[in-house]
Design a protein around this ligand. Structure first.
Ligand code: FAD
Length: 447
Protein backbone atom coordinates (compact mmCIF):
# COMPACT_ATOMS: atom_id res chain seq x y z
CA UNK A 1 0.00 0.00 0.00
CA UNK A 2 1.29 3.48 -0.88
CA UNK A 3 2.09 5.38 2.30
CA UNK A 4 1.24 9.04 2.66
CA UNK A 5 4.34 11.19 2.70
CA UNK A 6 4.65 14.92 3.24
CA UNK A 7 7.85 16.62 2.16
CA UNK A 8 8.96 19.82 3.77
CA UNK A 9 12.01 21.01 1.90
CA UNK A 10 14.04 23.07 4.32
CA UNK A 11 17.38 24.29 3.07
CA UNK A 12 20.02 26.35 4.87
CA UNK A 13 19.09 29.59 3.16
CA UNK A 14 15.47 29.26 4.27
CA UNK A 15 16.47 28.42 7.82
CA UNK A 16 18.67 31.52 7.97
CA UNK A 17 15.52 33.59 7.39
CA UNK A 18 13.69 32.04 10.37
CA UNK A 19 12.24 34.31 13.05
CA UNK A 20 14.81 36.01 15.29
CA UNK A 21 14.79 34.47 18.75
CA UNK A 22 16.38 34.49 22.17
CA UNK A 23 17.91 37.59 23.57
CA UNK A 24 17.73 39.47 20.30
CA UNK A 25 15.64 42.25 21.80
CA UNK A 26 17.57 42.14 25.02
CA UNK A 27 20.76 42.64 23.02
CA UNK A 28 19.46 45.89 21.53
CA UNK A 29 19.40 47.43 25.02
CA UNK A 30 22.94 46.34 25.89
CA UNK A 31 26.12 48.24 25.15
CA UNK A 32 27.99 46.85 22.16
CA UNK A 33 30.96 45.58 24.21
CA UNK A 34 31.43 42.14 25.80
CA UNK A 35 34.28 40.21 27.36
CA UNK A 36 34.03 37.69 24.54
CA UNK A 37 32.40 38.32 21.19
CA UNK A 38 31.64 34.98 19.57
CA UNK A 39 31.30 34.82 15.78
CA UNK A 40 28.98 31.96 14.81
CA UNK A 41 26.04 30.44 16.68
CA UNK A 42 26.46 26.76 15.81
CA UNK A 43 27.02 24.01 18.32
CA UNK A 44 30.63 25.12 18.81
CA UNK A 45 29.98 28.85 19.27
CA UNK A 46 27.11 28.11 21.66
CA UNK A 47 29.00 25.51 23.72
CA UNK A 48 31.86 28.02 24.05
CA UNK A 49 29.37 30.71 25.06
CA UNK A 50 27.95 28.46 27.76
CA UNK A 51 31.29 27.47 29.30
CA UNK A 52 32.58 31.05 29.08
CA UNK A 53 29.44 32.36 30.76
CA UNK A 54 29.80 29.77 33.52
CA UNK A 55 33.39 30.98 33.99
CA UNK A 56 32.01 34.49 34.55
CA UNK A 57 32.70 36.14 31.17
CA UNK A 58 30.07 38.31 29.50
CA UNK A 59 29.38 36.84 26.05
CA UNK A 60 27.66 37.94 22.89
CA UNK A 61 27.13 35.60 19.95
CA UNK A 62 26.75 36.99 16.43
CA UNK A 63 24.84 34.58 14.19
CA UNK A 64 23.85 35.31 10.59
CA UNK A 65 20.68 33.20 10.84
CA UNK A 66 19.24 31.53 13.91
CA UNK A 67 21.22 29.47 16.44
CA UNK A 68 22.21 26.13 14.94
CA UNK A 69 20.98 26.86 11.41
CA UNK A 70 24.27 25.62 9.84
CA UNK A 71 25.85 22.18 10.01
CA UNK A 72 24.61 21.77 13.58
CA UNK A 73 20.98 21.43 12.48
CA UNK A 74 20.37 18.23 10.52
CA UNK A 75 23.39 16.11 11.40
CA UNK A 76 23.10 12.59 12.80
CA UNK A 77 23.50 13.58 16.45
CA UNK A 78 25.78 10.73 17.43
CA UNK A 79 28.40 11.26 20.14
CA UNK A 80 31.26 9.11 18.98
CA UNK A 81 34.60 8.56 20.68
CA UNK A 82 34.51 5.51 18.38
CA UNK A 83 35.26 7.85 15.46
CA UNK A 84 38.67 8.87 16.82
CA UNK A 85 40.53 7.56 13.76
CA UNK A 86 40.83 10.16 10.96
CA UNK A 87 39.83 9.38 7.38
CA UNK A 88 43.27 10.06 5.89
CA UNK A 89 45.51 7.02 5.94
CA UNK A 90 47.68 5.17 3.43
CA UNK A 91 45.54 3.95 0.54
CA UNK A 92 42.64 6.31 1.26
CA UNK A 93 43.37 8.77 -1.54
CA UNK A 94 43.31 6.01 -4.17
CA UNK A 95 39.84 5.06 -3.02
CA UNK A 96 38.75 8.71 -3.00
CA UNK A 97 40.04 9.30 -6.53
CA UNK A 98 38.23 6.20 -7.83
CA UNK A 99 35.05 7.50 -6.17
CA UNK A 100 35.27 10.72 -8.24
CA UNK A 101 33.77 8.64 -11.03
CA UNK A 102 30.66 7.69 -9.02
CA UNK A 103 28.29 10.51 -8.12
CA UNK A 104 26.55 8.31 -5.52
CA UNK A 105 29.73 7.10 -3.74
CA UNK A 106 29.80 7.74 0.03
CA UNK A 107 32.95 9.82 -0.49
CA UNK A 108 32.79 12.05 -3.55
CA UNK A 109 35.21 14.62 -4.91
CA UNK A 110 33.86 16.94 -7.57
CA UNK A 111 36.38 16.70 -10.42
CA UNK A 112 35.82 20.30 -11.59
CA UNK A 113 39.05 22.33 -11.14
CA UNK A 114 39.07 24.58 -8.07
CA UNK A 115 42.42 25.93 -6.80
CA UNK A 116 41.70 26.09 -3.04
CA UNK A 117 39.99 22.69 -3.10
CA UNK A 118 42.88 21.10 -4.97
CA UNK A 119 45.41 22.61 -2.56
CA UNK A 120 43.38 21.32 0.37
CA UNK A 121 43.10 17.82 -1.15
CA UNK A 122 46.85 17.66 -1.71
CA UNK A 123 47.42 18.73 1.90
CA UNK A 124 44.85 16.18 3.08
CA UNK A 125 46.60 13.46 1.02
CA UNK A 126 49.95 14.39 2.58
CA UNK A 127 48.47 13.57 6.00
CA UNK A 128 47.59 10.07 4.80
CA UNK A 129 50.62 8.43 6.43
CA UNK A 130 50.73 6.31 9.59
CA UNK A 131 52.60 8.87 11.69
CA UNK A 132 50.02 11.65 11.10
CA UNK A 133 47.21 9.10 11.39
CA UNK A 134 48.42 8.11 14.88
CA UNK A 135 48.88 11.67 16.13
CA UNK A 136 45.49 12.82 14.75
CA UNK A 137 43.78 9.78 16.31
CA UNK A 138 45.36 10.53 19.70
CA UNK A 139 44.35 14.20 19.59
CA UNK A 140 40.82 13.39 18.44
CA UNK A 141 40.41 10.68 21.08
CA UNK A 142 41.44 13.04 23.90
CA UNK A 143 38.86 15.71 23.05
CA UNK A 144 36.16 13.16 22.17
CA UNK A 145 36.49 11.26 25.42
CA UNK A 146 36.60 14.40 27.54
CA UNK A 147 33.57 15.76 25.71
CA UNK A 148 31.65 12.51 26.12
CA UNK A 149 32.02 12.74 29.91
CA UNK A 150 31.20 16.45 29.99
CA UNK A 151 28.07 16.00 27.87
CA UNK A 152 26.58 13.67 30.45
CA UNK A 153 27.23 16.29 33.19
CA UNK A 154 25.90 19.10 31.01
CA UNK A 155 22.63 17.26 30.35
CA UNK A 156 22.15 16.62 34.06
CA UNK A 157 23.45 19.86 35.60
CA UNK A 158 22.01 22.28 33.06
CA UNK A 159 18.85 20.31 32.41
CA UNK A 160 19.33 20.22 28.62
CA UNK A 161 16.34 18.45 27.14
CA UNK A 162 17.50 17.00 23.81
CA UNK A 163 16.84 13.26 23.88
CA UNK A 164 20.34 12.41 25.09
CA UNK A 165 20.72 8.62 25.31
CA UNK A 166 23.72 6.49 26.21
CA UNK A 167 23.10 3.08 24.70
CA UNK A 168 26.10 3.10 22.33
CA UNK A 169 26.48 2.89 18.58
CA UNK A 170 26.54 -0.21 16.36
CA UNK A 171 28.52 -0.83 13.19
CA UNK A 172 26.61 -3.29 11.00
CA UNK A 173 28.31 -5.51 8.37
CA UNK A 174 26.79 -7.39 5.47
CA UNK A 175 30.10 -8.51 3.99
CA UNK A 176 32.81 -10.52 5.72
CA UNK A 177 35.44 -8.58 3.77
CA UNK A 178 34.67 -5.17 5.27
CA UNK A 179 34.08 -6.70 8.68
CA UNK A 180 37.53 -8.33 8.59
CA UNK A 181 39.15 -5.09 7.45
CA UNK A 182 37.51 -3.14 10.29
CA UNK A 183 38.39 -5.83 12.83
CA UNK A 184 41.98 -5.40 11.75
CA UNK A 185 42.21 -1.57 11.53
CA UNK A 186 39.35 0.07 13.42
CA UNK A 187 39.37 -2.26 16.43
CA UNK A 188 43.17 -2.12 16.70
CA UNK A 189 43.10 1.70 16.79
CA UNK A 190 40.35 1.81 19.41
CA UNK A 191 42.18 -0.78 21.54
CA UNK A 192 45.31 1.36 21.43
CA UNK A 193 43.32 4.45 22.44
CA UNK A 194 41.47 2.66 25.25
CA UNK A 195 38.04 3.07 23.61
CA UNK A 196 35.77 0.11 24.28
CA UNK A 197 34.47 -1.98 21.38
CA UNK A 198 32.66 -5.36 21.42
CA UNK A 199 32.57 -7.83 18.53
CA UNK A 200 29.16 -9.33 17.71
CA UNK A 201 28.36 -12.34 15.56
CA UNK A 202 25.64 -12.05 12.92
CA UNK A 203 23.03 -13.92 14.98
CA UNK A 204 23.82 -11.89 18.12
CA UNK A 205 23.40 -8.68 16.19
CA UNK A 206 20.19 -9.88 14.57
CA UNK A 207 18.77 -10.74 18.02
CA UNK A 208 19.81 -7.35 19.36
CA UNK A 209 18.37 -5.45 16.40
CA UNK A 210 15.25 -7.08 14.93
CA UNK A 211 14.83 -4.02 12.70
CA UNK A 212 17.70 -5.37 10.57
CA UNK A 213 16.98 -7.57 7.57
CA UNK A 214 18.53 -11.04 7.60
CA UNK A 215 21.98 -11.30 6.05
CA UNK A 216 24.11 -9.35 8.50
CA UNK A 217 27.42 -11.13 9.09
CA UNK A 218 28.42 -9.32 12.27
CA UNK A 219 28.74 -6.05 14.09
CA UNK A 220 30.81 -3.90 16.39
CA UNK A 221 29.19 -2.31 19.42
CA UNK A 222 30.76 0.88 20.79
CA UNK A 223 29.16 1.00 24.24
CA UNK A 224 30.77 4.34 25.17
CA UNK A 225 29.04 6.23 22.35
CA UNK A 226 25.81 8.17 22.82
CA UNK A 227 23.31 10.21 20.83
CA UNK A 228 21.10 13.28 21.05
CA UNK A 229 18.79 15.29 18.85
CA UNK A 230 21.13 17.96 17.44
CA UNK A 231 18.58 20.68 16.61
CA UNK A 232 17.21 20.42 20.16
CA UNK A 233 20.71 20.38 21.61
CA UNK A 234 21.62 23.70 19.97
CA UNK A 235 18.25 25.19 20.94
CA UNK A 236 18.84 24.10 24.54
CA UNK A 237 22.41 25.46 24.55
CA UNK A 238 21.06 28.77 23.28
CA UNK A 239 18.31 28.77 25.91
CA UNK A 240 20.82 28.14 28.67
CA UNK A 241 23.28 30.79 27.43
CA UNK A 242 20.53 33.40 27.50
CA UNK A 243 19.22 32.16 30.86
CA UNK A 244 22.70 32.73 32.31
CA UNK A 245 22.81 36.29 30.93
CA UNK A 246 24.54 35.75 27.59
CA UNK A 247 23.34 37.59 24.49
CA UNK A 248 22.62 36.02 21.12
CA UNK A 249 22.28 38.36 18.18
CA UNK A 250 20.38 36.59 15.42
CA UNK A 251 20.32 37.70 11.76
CA UNK A 252 23.65 39.39 12.49
CA UNK A 253 25.91 38.60 9.58
CA UNK A 254 29.55 39.44 10.25
CA UNK A 255 30.79 41.43 7.27
CA UNK A 256 34.13 43.04 8.10
CA UNK A 257 36.57 44.00 10.82
CA UNK A 258 38.39 47.09 12.03
CA UNK A 259 41.87 46.19 13.21
CA UNK A 260 44.77 48.11 14.72
CA UNK A 261 47.91 47.45 16.76
CA UNK A 262 47.64 43.72 16.21
CA UNK A 263 44.09 43.57 17.63
CA UNK A 264 40.56 43.30 16.32
CA UNK A 265 39.07 46.60 17.42
CA UNK A 266 35.54 46.16 16.03
CA UNK A 267 33.42 43.57 14.33
CA UNK A 268 30.89 44.99 11.86
CA UNK A 269 27.74 43.01 11.21
CA UNK A 270 24.43 43.50 9.43
CA UNK A 271 23.00 44.40 12.88
CA UNK A 272 25.62 46.92 13.88
CA UNK A 273 29.17 47.04 15.19
CA UNK A 274 30.42 45.26 18.28
CA UNK A 275 33.55 45.05 20.39
CA UNK A 276 34.99 42.27 22.47
CA UNK A 277 38.01 42.16 24.76
CA UNK A 278 38.43 38.80 23.06
CA UNK A 279 36.92 37.67 19.76
CA UNK A 280 36.24 33.98 19.16
CA UNK A 281 35.91 32.79 15.57
CA UNK A 282 33.52 29.80 15.55
CA UNK A 283 32.10 29.99 12.05
CA UNK A 284 32.26 26.31 11.12
CA UNK A 285 32.74 25.80 7.38
CA UNK A 286 32.45 29.58 6.81
CA UNK A 287 35.59 30.20 8.91
CA UNK A 288 38.07 30.42 6.01
CA UNK A 289 35.81 32.91 4.17
CA UNK A 290 35.76 35.36 7.09
CA UNK A 291 39.29 34.37 8.07
CA UNK A 292 40.55 35.78 4.76
CA UNK A 293 39.35 39.24 5.84
CA UNK A 294 41.73 38.87 8.81
CA UNK A 295 44.67 37.62 6.69
CA UNK A 296 44.21 34.12 8.09
CA UNK A 297 44.73 31.25 5.66
CA UNK A 298 42.74 28.50 7.31
CA UNK A 299 43.40 25.15 5.60
CA UNK A 300 39.76 24.09 5.57
CA UNK A 301 37.13 22.96 3.06
CA UNK A 302 33.42 22.26 3.43
CA UNK A 303 32.68 18.51 3.49
CA UNK A 304 29.08 18.38 2.36
CA UNK A 305 26.69 15.85 3.88
CA UNK A 306 22.97 15.12 3.60
CA UNK A 307 20.19 13.82 5.80
CA UNK A 308 16.56 12.73 5.55
CA UNK A 309 14.36 13.11 8.63
CA UNK A 310 11.12 11.21 9.14
CA UNK A 311 8.46 10.49 11.67
CA UNK A 312 9.31 7.20 13.40
CA UNK A 313 8.82 3.96 11.49
CA UNK A 314 7.03 1.19 13.40
CA UNK A 315 10.13 -1.03 13.55
CA UNK A 316 13.10 1.13 14.53
CA UNK A 317 16.65 0.13 15.50
CA UNK A 318 17.36 0.21 19.25
CA UNK A 319 20.83 1.69 18.77
CA UNK A 320 22.22 4.33 16.48
CA UNK A 321 23.60 2.38 13.53
CA UNK A 322 26.31 2.85 10.97
CA UNK A 323 25.55 0.62 7.99
CA UNK A 324 29.17 0.17 7.02
CA UNK A 325 28.95 -0.97 3.39
CA UNK A 326 26.60 1.87 2.45
CA UNK A 327 28.19 4.32 4.94
CA UNK A 328 24.75 5.41 6.14
CA UNK A 329 24.12 6.51 9.72
CA UNK A 330 20.67 5.76 11.19
CA UNK A 331 19.56 7.60 14.33
CA UNK A 332 16.27 7.09 16.11
CA UNK A 333 14.82 9.41 18.73
CA UNK A 334 11.49 9.34 20.52
CA UNK A 335 10.55 12.30 18.33
CA UNK A 336 11.80 11.01 14.99
CA UNK A 337 14.17 9.11 12.77
CA UNK A 338 17.05 10.19 10.50
CA UNK A 339 19.22 8.77 7.73
CA UNK A 340 22.38 10.74 7.17
CA UNK A 341 25.95 10.90 6.00
CA UNK A 342 27.93 11.05 2.70
CA UNK A 343 31.01 13.23 2.29
CA UNK A 344 31.24 15.41 -0.77
CA UNK A 345 33.96 17.89 -1.66
CA UNK A 346 32.27 20.34 -4.05
CA UNK A 347 33.47 23.62 -2.55
CA UNK A 348 30.72 25.99 -1.39
CA UNK A 349 28.07 24.64 -3.78
CA UNK A 350 24.71 24.95 -1.99
CA UNK A 351 21.61 22.81 -2.34
CA UNK A 352 20.34 19.26 -2.31
CA UNK A 353 21.61 16.54 -4.61
CA UNK A 354 18.98 13.92 -5.51
CA UNK A 355 21.57 11.28 -6.42
CA UNK A 356 23.11 11.45 -2.98
CA UNK A 357 19.78 11.54 -1.15
CA UNK A 358 18.69 8.46 -3.13
CA UNK A 359 21.95 6.74 -2.18
CA UNK A 360 21.04 7.24 1.50
CA UNK A 361 17.62 5.67 0.92
CA UNK A 362 19.06 2.74 -1.06
CA UNK A 363 21.76 2.12 1.54
CA UNK A 364 19.19 1.99 4.34
CA UNK A 365 16.87 -0.27 2.31
CA UNK A 366 19.63 -2.88 1.93
CA UNK A 367 19.72 -3.43 5.70
CA UNK A 368 16.45 -2.36 7.31
CA UNK A 369 12.94 -3.77 7.14
CA UNK A 370 11.56 -0.26 7.38
CA UNK A 371 14.27 2.03 6.02
CA UNK A 372 12.04 5.11 5.92
CA UNK A 373 9.39 6.55 8.21
CA UNK A 374 5.77 7.22 7.23
CA UNK A 375 6.31 10.97 6.82
CA UNK A 376 9.36 12.61 5.28
CA UNK A 377 9.78 15.76 7.34
CA UNK A 378 12.97 17.28 6.05
CA UNK A 379 15.60 16.89 3.35
CA UNK A 380 18.78 18.63 4.42
CA UNK A 381 22.37 19.35 3.49
CA UNK A 382 25.15 20.80 5.61
CA UNK A 383 28.83 21.68 5.38
CA UNK A 384 31.18 19.94 7.77
CA UNK A 385 34.13 22.22 8.60
CA UNK A 386 37.02 19.98 7.52
CA UNK A 387 40.60 20.86 8.45
CA UNK A 388 43.41 19.47 6.39
CA UNK A 389 44.70 17.30 9.27
CA UNK A 390 41.20 16.38 10.61
CA UNK A 391 42.02 17.85 14.03
CA UNK A 392 39.97 20.86 15.20
CA UNK A 393 41.60 24.28 15.37
CA UNK A 394 41.15 25.61 18.90
CA UNK A 395 43.12 28.26 20.76
CA UNK A 396 44.65 31.72 20.48
CA UNK A 397 45.55 33.09 17.06
CA UNK A 398 49.20 33.89 16.38
CA UNK A 399 48.14 36.78 14.11
CA UNK A 400 45.79 38.87 16.30
CA UNK A 401 46.41 39.27 20.03
CA UNK A 402 42.73 39.23 21.05
CA UNK A 403 41.49 36.54 18.63
CA UNK A 404 40.90 32.86 19.41
CA UNK A 405 39.56 30.16 17.14
CA UNK A 406 37.22 27.22 17.73
CA UNK A 407 36.56 25.66 14.37
CA UNK A 408 37.28 22.76 11.98
CA UNK A 409 35.48 20.05 13.95
CA UNK A 410 34.75 18.14 10.74
CA UNK A 411 32.50 15.13 11.21
CA UNK A 412 32.55 15.43 14.99
CA UNK A 413 31.45 18.89 16.09
CA UNK A 414 28.53 17.73 18.20
CA UNK A 415 30.68 15.06 19.83
CA UNK A 416 33.51 17.50 20.58
CA UNK A 417 31.34 20.49 21.52
CA UNK A 418 31.45 20.36 25.32
CA UNK A 419 35.21 19.81 25.61
CA UNK A 420 35.81 22.59 23.06
CA UNK A 421 33.74 24.97 25.20
CA UNK A 422 35.57 23.92 28.32
CA UNK A 423 38.99 24.30 26.68
CA UNK A 424 38.25 27.76 25.26
CA UNK A 425 36.89 28.94 28.63
CA UNK A 426 39.99 27.67 30.44
CA UNK A 427 42.33 29.29 27.93
CA UNK A 428 40.58 32.65 28.11
CA UNK A 429 40.38 32.53 31.92
CA UNK A 430 44.04 31.51 32.14
CA UNK A 431 43.26 28.36 34.13
CA UNK A 432 44.69 24.86 33.66
CA UNK A 433 42.88 23.13 30.76
CA UNK A 434 41.55 19.60 31.32
CA UNK A 435 43.13 18.38 28.07
CA UNK A 436 46.52 19.18 26.57
CA UNK A 437 45.77 22.08 24.17
CA UNK A 438 48.85 21.86 21.92
CA UNK A 439 47.52 19.40 19.28
CA UNK A 440 44.63 21.79 18.49
CA UNK A 441 46.64 25.04 18.48
CA UNK A 442 46.10 27.37 15.47
CA UNK A 443 49.89 27.94 15.58
CA UNK A 444 50.42 24.65 13.69
CA UNK A 445 49.06 26.43 10.61
CA UNK A 446 50.62 29.81 11.40
CA UNK A 447 47.21 31.39 12.04
C1 FAD B 1 25.29 14.86 7.32
C2 FAD B 1 26.08 15.23 8.55
C3 FAD B 1 26.06 14.37 9.64
C4 FAD B 1 26.82 14.67 10.78
N1 FAD B 1 26.72 13.85 11.87
C5 FAD B 1 27.39 14.16 13.01
C6 FAD B 1 27.27 13.33 14.15
O1 FAD B 1 26.55 12.34 14.16
N2 FAD B 1 28.01 13.66 15.27
C7 FAD B 1 28.84 14.76 15.29
O2 FAD B 1 29.51 14.98 16.30
N3 FAD B 1 28.92 15.58 14.21
C8 FAD B 1 28.24 15.31 13.08
N4 FAD B 1 28.35 16.11 11.98
C9 FAD B 1 29.28 17.25 12.02
C10 FAD B 1 28.69 18.44 12.77
O3 FAD B 1 27.44 18.74 12.22
C11 FAD B 1 29.63 19.64 12.66
O4 FAD B 1 30.94 19.28 13.01
C12 FAD B 1 29.18 20.76 13.59
O5 FAD B 1 27.84 21.07 13.38
C13 FAD B 1 30.04 22.01 13.39
O6 FAD B 1 29.55 22.99 14.25
P1 FAD B 1 30.00 24.51 14.08
O7 FAD B 1 29.34 25.26 15.16
O8 FAD B 1 31.48 24.57 13.95
O9 FAD B 1 29.45 24.89 12.63
P2 FAD B 1 27.92 25.37 12.16
O10 FAD B 1 26.93 24.59 12.91
O11 FAD B 1 27.94 25.30 10.72
O12 FAD B 1 27.90 26.82 12.74
C14 FAD B 1 28.55 27.90 12.12
C15 FAD B 1 27.59 29.07 12.22
O13 FAD B 1 28.21 30.25 11.72
C16 FAD B 1 27.19 31.02 11.11
N5 FAD B 1 27.82 31.97 10.19
C17 FAD B 1 28.45 31.72 9.04
N6 FAD B 1 28.89 32.86 8.48
C18 FAD B 1 28.53 33.86 9.30
C19 FAD B 1 28.71 35.26 9.29
N7 FAD B 1 29.34 35.87 8.29
N8 FAD B 1 28.21 35.98 10.32
C20 FAD B 1 27.56 35.38 11.35
N9 FAD B 1 27.36 34.04 11.41
C21 FAD B 1 27.84 33.30 10.40
C22 FAD B 1 26.34 29.99 10.39
O14 FAD B 1 25.04 30.49 10.10
C23 FAD B 1 26.33 28.84 11.38
O15 FAD B 1 25.20 28.86 12.23
C24 FAD B 1 27.61 15.85 10.82
C25 FAD B 1 27.60 16.73 9.74
C26 FAD B 1 26.84 16.43 8.60
C27 FAD B 1 26.85 17.40 7.45
Amino acid sequence: MERKRRTVNVENRDRARCTPMLGANLARMDTSRSDVLILGGGVIGLACALYLRKAGASVRVLEQGTPGCGSSHGNCGTITPSHAAPLAKPGMMGMALRSMLRADAPLYINPRFDGPRLRWLLGFARHGNWRDFASAATARAAILQRSRRLLRDLMRDDGLDCEFAEQGLLYVYRTAKLQAADEHDHVAVLDRLGIEVERLRGEQLQAMEPALKPGVVGGLLHPGDAQLRPDRYVAELARRVVELGGVIETQAKVERFTTGQGRIAQVHSSRGSFQGDRVLLALGAWSPLLGRKLDLRLPMQPGKGYSLSYSRPARVPRHALVLREAAVCVTTWKSGYRLGSTMEFSGYAEGLNRTRLDALRRGAAESLHEPEGPELLEEWWGWRPMSVDEVPIIGPSTRWSNLSLATAHGMLGVSMSAATGELVAAQLAGTEPAIEPLPYAPARFGV
